[in-house]
Structures are given as structure tokens and as C-alpha cells.
Write a protein that binds this ligand. Structure first.
Ligand code: URA
Length: 244
């Protein structure tokens, strides 16, 4: 075992120093007139984000899923068919958080696989990602009967697992889909129409609320606003035509 492995704080400070050194060196090269590399603030911020991913220690998604087990923490366990934990890249830069599973998701145990899921897939592809490159999950992991809204105590029982998933994935950004996702993550009752269109903060992670795809299926005229939100997301992720 190396001294870094036995002392995570040493590893963290060592990596932080290395990342700062890389940034300083890149700035030095740029200021000295060297050409042929990219040294914008956006790129330096991205290097910073690598550091954030590398230097914080967290439990794995598998460990969180194991802890959730055959969850009986709320009444939804009595009526669900499957727990819908989440899917996608465990190291994703971008995480989508929805409300809760519907019929199709409950049948398959996968998030966003029904009609709203089809639209979410199109949204993800429009911003040059694939479903496999992002992480997708929900505020609650079990389907409410008849797709009713989740109750406060159901959210309270489930949200600690979502928070652990976020701490494990450490995304650079979260797109909160719809009222329940946005209001729960941001601990507010402000309506989604007022929350969307700008970034908010959740434990240092940028959160962009937008309308839920199911709402878009009923109100297609709102797609324009979601596209505006997605353009903000792409800019913030520094996506210039290809997913990174
Ligand atoms: N709606 C959600 O909020 N989540 C899903 O997984 C499916 C539909």
C-alpha cells in the first residue's frame, strides 16, 4: 500500500496541487506566446472538474443499489413490480433526474423507457450525447399507483438514495426534469416555469431545471423553451458539436 492509498487526504492534496500546477503551466505557456494548444478559462475549468472527480472518494452505485435492497421503506413497495434505480454512465458529466417510474419503467426496471423516455432520448441526442453517456434516474424509485404524484413521505424515504447516487456519479451538471425533480433538489416550492431558464446550485453542482418530457408531450409548444435550456446546458458543458 502506498502512502497515498493509506492517507486519502494526502492523495487529495497531492492531486489538487498537480491540477493547479497543470493550470499554471498552461497559463504560463499561453502568456509566453506558445501556440497550438487550447488554454481558455473553459478548458481550465474542465481540468478543475477532472480533479474534482478524481480526488473525492465515494461509494459505488452498486453499493448504493445493494443498500436499497428489496426496499420496503414506503407504501410504494406494495404496488410496484420493479425498483427503477437508474441507468447510464456511473462517471457521467451530465445527470438527468426525473420524477418517478411510470408503467413501462415499472415493468422493465429501467428509467424513461416509455413515451416520455422516447422524447428524453431525442433531447439527449439533440445535445450530442447518447443515453449511455449520461446518467438517468428519478426522485422516487417505485411507481406510484396510477402514476399519481409522489407523496411527501415517499419522497423523503427515497431522496437519500438519490443524493447518494449524485455523490457517487459526481456529475458536472444535473438537468432536473419537471416540478418534482427541480423542487426536491433545490428544496423550494417555486414553480418550474420560474425555475427553468437558469442554473441553480446543488452542493456545488450546477442544476438546470426544465420541463418534464411528459409535460412536453401534452404541451408541444413548450419544446422551444426546453431547447433554449438545452443550449445553455451544451454551452456550460462546452459541447461544440461532439460529446466529451
Ligand atoms: N417519468 C419520469 O419522471 N421518470 C421515468 O423514469 C419515466 C417517466
Amino acid at each position: 500500500m502506498t502512502c497515498f492509498e493509506s492517507n486519502p487526504h494526502l492523495l487529495k492534496s497531492g492531486l489538487n496541487t498537480t491540477i493547479e500546477d497543470i493550470k499554471t503551466f498552461l497559463r504560463f505557456l499561453a502568456e509566453s506566446g506558445c501556440r497550438g494548444f487550447e488554454c481558455s478559462e473553459e478548458s481550465l475549468n474542465r481540468i478543475e472538474a477532472w480533479g474534482r472527480k478524481a480526488v473525492t472518494f465515494s461509494e459505488t452505485l452498486e453499493a448504493i443499489r445493494m443498500d436499497l435492497g428489496d426496499c420496503q421503506r414506503c407504501r410504494l413497495s406494495k404496488t410496484r413490480k420493479n425498483i427503477v434505480f437508474g441507468a447510464g454512465d456511473p462517471n457521467a458529466r451530465l445527470m438527468f433526474v426525473g420524477e418517478g417510474p411510470g408503467y413501462d419503467e415499472d415493468q422493465l426496471g429501467e428509467p424513461f423507457v416509455g413515451a416520455a423516455g422516447g422524447l428524453l432520448t431525442k433531447i439527449i441526442e439533440a445535445i450530442k450525447y447518447t443515453r449511455q453517456q449520461v446518467y438517468i434516474c428519478n426522485i422516487i424509485k417505485c411507481r406510484p399507483p396510477g402514476n399519481r404524484n409522489p407523496m411527501d413521505d415517499e419522497i423523503a424515504a427515497c431522496v437519500p438514495f438519490l443524493k447518494r447516487q449524485i455523490a457517487s456519479v459526481k456529475p458536472d451538471m444535473i438537468c432536473a426534469l419537471g416540478t418534482f425533480a427541480a423542487q426536491t433538489l433545490l428544496e423550494t416550492k417555486i414553480p418550474i416555469s420560474k425555475l427553468r431558464g437558469c442554473f441553480h446550485d446543488y452542493t456545488g453542482i450546477k442544476v438546470l431545471p426544465t420541463y418534464h418530457p411528459a409535460y412536453l408531450l401534452r404541451n408541444p409548444e413548450k419544446k422551444r423553451e426546453v431547447w433554449e435550456d438545452m443550449k445553455m446546458l451544451m454551452k456550460a458543458l462546452n459541447l461544440d458539436g461532439a460529446a466529451k
